[in-house]
Write a protein that binds this ligand. Structure first.
Ligand code: ADP
Ligand code: MG
Ligand code: ZN
Length: 558
């Protein structure tokens, strides 16, 4: 690394050494190679474009998805004595013009803009006339349909930029590491494999916890009692959940704010500011909150419900502990969360292949909620991290319960799947194992199978959980889709042949319990449906009948 770059690191930023991935990225960019840096949240991606630009002549244009994000970045640079600005719709037209002229005069080292800015031919004309050092795509996963936060304008800006002849180099930065997203970004920005810089994804100060089978509100209350002064975020799956939890906590006297897309811009701004400046301790929010928010002392992130995929989960949970101090990421899971996410995918306006892709990603998230392996290792494996080992910190690693050998029961489940012809889903299989008199079981004549009722001392719910565990541990395969069917794989065969043992953290205790459907979730889905119907100006039943909703609220229907 050149001494100039080291000097910039120390002189401007006051740091003595680079973090993993930074030097490599900076080096590629300085050599005008289009580069993609895939590094976890809080790892210092900003420096990867800031330092090369400072080392070169010219202005860096940074494309950034959120106005709040731009302001924070610009403030941070200005406090270091670096000339930076942003141009966006939050400014008056006169102020925008002033800033454009400063840019044209070559006075700005960094200009942050939203991609939509390039839809103005006037702006494009201005850009053509200045000397550029680079163009950076922050949060570059927004470019890809496969990402969890696709923004069409992020994609459509690319052809416009490619027509400009004065861009020396592109640099893209993201914390999302799935293969599809990476190769999509590479294709669009013409980035060769050798210029994709990926660092390990493990965040060693984060401890992951999975909490199941507890009342969520009660859990949160006692957690907050134990951590009264720690700053934390609680993510909910819907606005309604956020409103409700906020009310509950507020009543209890918790120092809490809320944030979701249903609030006015001013309300959101005030809530965010109170939280960032430690005036309020807890933020209850939907996923609308947090992208790019650089609050270093978030001690915990609790997910009140399972998010729709692991990318979103890791990004949201990763907002804890950006200062490197030990922090907790807690996911409160209940089976209803799965139905809610399926419902959200089903009613979205995505085309069929995209929906299938969402279901596939959701399945991995469901697996996370049923694995008995190290939670951190599970996530790293999902992202293709090569350096995988048990973390020793997560709820599963810490669980000092003895593991139980459940090979025999697993064999019963697997042979039942086989006898059912691998044509059914989790719920039907659980019903058959339980010996249920369900109409569908009878009509498919599944009650005549030799495996019918062989695990009748367990409840349907437990058997369901059990099958999900086998899927999560890859001892069973599942086909993608809304109601996936389950199939045997190579590993199942090994278990059936007695060549492989199956261990569980704690085996379900046989008890009797019959759950019809979840009424709370039903009420919630109805409000989601009503909002949707209102927005589309149609009567609610056109979208989903009550019977369908009730079906969705039964545990894992086939
Ligand atoms: P990201 O965009 O990857 O989430 P940021 O660029 O916002 O992360 O950086 C996160 C924090 O790490 C910032 O406070 C930044 O100043 C700090 N940081 C970045 N690089 C270094 C470094 N080499 N040494 C120490 N701190 C660093
Ligand atoms: Mg960033
Ligand atoms: Zn672990």
């Amino acid at each position: 690394m050149s001494s100039k770059v080291e000097h910039i690191l120390q002189h401007y930023f006051g740091y003595h050494s680079f973090r993993p991935g930074q030097a490599e990225t900076i080096n590629h960019v300085l050599h005008k190679k289009n580069t993609l840096a895939v590094m976890p949240t809080g790892s210092g991606k900003s420096l990867c474009y800031q330092i090369p630009s400072l080392a070169k002549e010219g202005t860096a244009i940074i494309i950034s998805p959120l106005i709040s994000l731009m302001k924070d970045q610009v403030d941070a640079l200005q406090s270091l004595g670096i000339n930076a600005t942003f141009i966006n719709s939050s400014l008056s037209v006169a102020e925008q013009q002033i800033r454009l002229e400063q840019m044209l005069a070559g006075k700005c080292k960094f200009v942050y803009v939203a991609p939509e800015r390039f839809e103005s031919s006037y702006f494009v004309h201005m850009i053509k006339r200045i000397q550029l050092s680079l163009v950076a795509f922050d949060e570059a996963h927004c470019i890809s349909q496969w990402g969890h936060d696709f923004r069409p304008s992020y994609r459509s800006v690319v052809p416009i930029l490619k027509q400009l002849s004065n861009i020396p180099v592109f640099v893209a930065l993201t914390a999302t590491a799935t293969k599809e997203v990476i190769s999509d970004i590479q294709d669009l920005l013409q980035i060769n494999n050798e210029y994709v810089v990926t660092t390990g994804f493990e965040r060693e100060n984060l401890s992951f916890y999975l909490v199941k089978g507890k009342d969520k509100a009660t859990y949160i209350r006692s957690f907050l009692k134990e951590h009264p002064n720690d700053s934390g975020i609680i993510y909910t799956a819907t606005r309604k959940q956020a409103d409700k939890l906020y009310e509950q906590l507020n009543k209890l006297g918790v120092s809490v704010e809320k944030y979701h897309a249903g609030l006015s811009e001013t309300e959101r701004k005030n809530a965010q500011s109170a939280f960032i400046h430690d005036e309020k301790t807890v933020m209850v929010a939907t996923n609308a909150f947090g992208m790019g928010i650089d609050k270093s002392n978030v001690r915990y992130v609790i997910h009140y419900a399972m998010p729709m995929n692991i990318e979103s989960y890791y990004q949201e949970a990763g907002r804890a502990g950006r200062d490197g101090e030990p922090s907790d990421c807690i996911l409160l899971f209940s089976p209803q969360d799965v139905q809610l996410q399926k419902f959200l995918i089903e009613q979205s306006e995505m085309d069929e292949p995209s929906k299938q892709n969402e279901y596939r990603k959701l399945q991995a998230m469901i697996n996370y909620c049923h694995t008995h392996s190290c939670l951190s290792a599970f996530i790293l494996d999902y992202f293709g991290d090569k350096n995988i080992h048990a973390c020793g910190r997560c709820s599963h690693c810490q669980s000092n319960q003895e593991k139980t050998d459940m090979t025999v029961e697993a064999q019963m489940i697997l042979s039942c799947v086989k006898r059912m012809g691998e044509r059914f889903g989790v719920s039907m299989t659980a019903k058959v194992l339980r010996g249920s008199k369900d109409k569908k079981v009878i009509s498919f004549r599944l009650d005549t199978l030799s495996t019918y009722g062989i695990l009748s001392n367990y409840t349907e719910k437990e058997l369901t959980e059990w099958i999900h565990f086998l899927i999560a541990e890859q001892l069973l395969d599942t086909e993608e889709g809304k109601y996936p069917t389950i199939k045997l794989n190579q590993h199942s065969v090994e278990v059936l042949k007695g060549k492989r043992k199956v261990w569980m953290l704690s085996a379900p205790i046989p008890v009797h319990d019959d759950t019809d459907y979840d009424k709370g979730l039903f009420a919630e889905l109805r409000t989601v449906r009503k909002d949707l119907a209102d927005a589309n100006n149609v009567p609610p039943y056109v979208l989903f009948s009550d019977a369908t909703l009730r079906d969705l609220c039964r545990y894992f229907p086939i």
